[in-house]
Design a protein around this ligand. Sequence first.
Ligand code: WTA
Length: 636
Amino acid sequence: MNKMNNLEDYAIDYRKSVTEPEKFWAYQAERFVWRKKWDTVLEYDFEDYNVEWYKNGKLNITENCLDRHLLNRSDKTAIHWVPNDPKEQDRIFTYKQLHEEVSRFANVLKNNGVQKGDRVCLYMPMVPELAIAVLACARIGAIHSVVFGGFSADALAGRINDAEAKILLTANFGPRGSKKIGLKNIADEALENCPGIETAIVLQRTDDAVEMKAGRDKWWHEELEKVETFCEPEIMDSEDPLFILYTSGSTGKPKGVVHTTGGYMVYTAYTFRNVFQYQEDDIYWCTADIGWITGHSYIVYGPLLEGATSVMFEGVPTFPDAGRFWRIIDRLGVNTFYTAPTAIRALMAQGLEYVELYKLDSLKVLGTVGEPINREAWDWYHHHIGKNQCPIVDTWWQTETGGIMISPIAGVLPTKPTYATLPLPGIQPVLLDSEGNELKGNGVEGNLCIKFPWPSMIRTTWGDHERCKNTYFSTYKGYYFTGDGCRRDEDGYYRIMGRVDDVINVSGHRLGTAEVENAINMHEAVVESAVVGYPHDIKGQGIYAYVVCDAAKMEVSTMDDLKAEIAATVNEKIGPIARPDKIQIVRGLPKTRSGKIMRRILRKIAAGETSNFGDTSTLLDPSIVEAIKEGVVRDQ
Ligand code: WTA
């Protein structure tokens, strides 16, 4: 069935999806417009990783997001955009208007030489033009690579060059809360190191002037004047890449996760409809940024595939005050609200007076994503926002999975605070011990793996298929390894325990510890560093950096200046999201005789523990641990 309405439906569909996966997923795909039907539903090999869904099927995803709705929903709102500044006007795009805007911008891209398969990098604020440009790429078969507007020039340049993008889409400035991000200036700095970029198209989001480089930079609005409205969709193969999205892993360099067309379309639509129990007239709001996978799958593609009204918000939860979310929900009559635990915790800390001013009675379903939600935040969300009436869908998934994997289905599956609960149909999770044995039965904890393909799974890492194989399919032969630890409780419900690799999750943003260390090490006084996560009340995890410096190279007078410089270096290399919360200058790092840093100890110290360090007999110099501990006391 396309939509499960009760527990029994779920049980039937889940069983079917396991016993007859091809039949199950063929049925789910049939509701879309295919220019040519697929030959086979699924072919795969988890050993030498390769997976193909809906092989030889031909389609265009924007035809399914837009054209398909023109008959019945042409005047329905597709995107309702709310600006950062409440004094500015909202902008509303009906399906008909969005179809036109996407077609026009697709023609702009074509006019600028973009062809099928070319990579287009987007470094944009959260404005409708971002969604339009994403869809315009898909319209002509260009591969979009959206880079979150909070990344630095270096991070942007690295992503542009890795994808070999030939065009950059950006804006002069991006308003965010009381600040304005100088996207164009950052982009200019990045482009100094990006020889492959021929053209930059710049949206004039604010009145502020920026320099335009002759021969390279063009104004968005001027380019639009040159084109016609109609653009025939490019016919794509099911397995043609739709987009690249960079994400952090346990090694230094972020990897370009590649998603393809057919499977991603079927799965994002299926999960959107089912998890949120979407109904035709619902107003749906996901507060993520399109720079992350949540924005791709559940602001743009999933909702539009279902013909929904998707709210898009440019601002931040606390501007102009901590009632902003709740005011928007009341004003727009939002029925489904999907946000991150970190936002809930931040708003919870601001007190109930901001909530009590609003009715919030339009809400039917609440969702969370991106990191584990703690019990206090879950209860607060349930009680004060959902008025104990709205199921909370705690959705576990990843950039690599493309769509929601383990989650309650609103009102259909029971919820359990802090639990992602049960796998969606088509998803076969297993927990493995460190030897790779499947842990059977309930009441067990292990490494979360998936043992069967699903339509929106990662296809490759851009330009480096070996890396994809090694990262996800080599730890446990025959399984996709998620990097998360997980518990299956006595009732068979899944609870995500957090990453088991060197990835930390700061305010729902994924960062590799090695990536942050590399940035810190760029500071000339730094000899080496070790970064770990530690529990943080609002962010979930904070970044704790232990840094060894060369006294001879320190040009600053105080430790605080040195720390500020190190933090600035991280800002410059990655962006403000990676800025360490705590930096401790240490004499040395606790290493084993073979030179491996004992991160376990550093994690404990960062969490405020001063004993129970376990076996430390392999440490080369145990006195270093004492020195660091003393330093911690001094630091606080
Ligand atoms: C974590 C975000 C607990 C997890 C969609 C995963 C979660 C990583 C949850 C992926 C959740 C995501 N409960 N942890 N509901 N959702 N995570 O790629 O560690 O930005 O591996 O994708 O976030 O982060 P990513």
